[in-house]
Design a protein around this ligand. Sequence first.
Ligand SMILES: C[S@@+](CC[C@H](N)C(=O)[O-])C[C@H]1O[C@@H](n2cnc3c(N)ncnc32)[C@H](O)[C@@H]1O
Length: 423
Amino acid sequence: MCFFDTKAARAFSLQRLNMRCVEGHRHHWSNRLAAFKEHNVRFHVIAPKQRTGAARRLRLTVAASLPPDDRSDAEASKRRAMEDELRDPKNFLEFFLPRPLRLAFFGASAASCLIATLLTAVRLVQSPALELAEGTAPRDLIVNLIGLATFASLYVYDQQQAQARIERRREIREAQIAFGDREVFVNDKGEKMSRLKEVNDDWILRRLERWGRRDGMPFIGPAKGAILQQLVADKRPLLVVEVGTMAGYSALLMAQALPPGGRVVSFEKDLTWLLVAKRFMWQASQGEKNAGLDTRVGDRVQVEWGDAREALPRALRGGSDRIDLLFLDGTPREYLAYLKAAEPYMAPGALVVADNAGVFAQGGLRPYLEYVRGSPAYRSELVACKLEWREDVEDGIEVSTYLGGPAGAKEAEGGSAREAAVA
Ligand SMILES: C[S@@+](CC[C@H](N)C(=O)[O-])C[C@H]1O[C@@H](n2cnc3c(N)ncnc32)[C@H](O)[C@@H]1O
């Protein structure tokens, strides 16, 4: 069982942002814990919903042992029914009157109406004149027939609803397997099962990719992201500075590829994105995968609030750390200003990576590109690639090697220092 840091959750307004990790329902903790445990359901407590006296409701995400579709043995179907029952309640009534009780009630009521209808019919057949004269039998017959129809319909409706929910869950499971959030495994009884993967940095990246693809978010995307990750892995920087965090997608990608002791300092001027990114970094540090690491992946990213043109020098001034890799992904026409602000803090040989050097080459990025391509302090080249989420739009990443200040520039003129700086 894994409890998230509820204090940190509140700090980043998780309840308000209400972006749930995985599918789940709220259940009354004390009533449901034993049953969940019995059925091997794992909890991730995200945040307390509210605390009113003894009634403490918790938001749960369920990494449950969901049964597969092809199991037919009695024990498995019993477990499936129980799990469905535990997860089904949607309102007060359903919570206190679970489906087996509801079905028993509807079934018994329908049966009693049927019996009463038959008895009344027998009475009518045996002595029709008497019953018709008294007038009670026809009335009883109608009342019982209405009761029979009502309870039988409720019974069938409830069954159909249950089937529909089971079907919907199956579709959700299949979708989760397809986009990689759920894994299929065979348990020790030889049964094929599926379970949600743990929430960690990979999980967050998959989620951000889905979000980015669906809504066309300007995250760097998996194709350019792979190039960026490779640059980080090859360069092995101890200090990466990023301008433009947004949700933290590129920051996480770089953090995954850092050498031991490496960190990413990422600047974001928009407060909402800052909070969103901090939240994702916190989530990206969860899971068993991260527990085994010296520094959890999300913890390697430090998100700073402010316009990078002022915040960057402010953050680095006075420190001895030098930037080994600078990733520019803020406002295109400001790239040159970011670079100028970072230059005094860059280590010779540092890499400067600028996103969207293809789509904005003749627009906002022009002064920046002219600078890095024309300055003797840089060796620069365009790595051509497609725009994020688009196969039909050409883009590129400008990768520039900073050869140092005036000294670097002089060596650059000599030519041989370039190779040394790159190496
Ligand atoms: C293209 S998005 C960054 C995407 C992110 N790097 C990724 O790949 O996931 C640009 C972000 O830069 C931020 N930004 C723009 N100008 C900035 C500045 N001067 N300082 C800090 N952040 C800035 C914007 O608020 C926006 O969130």
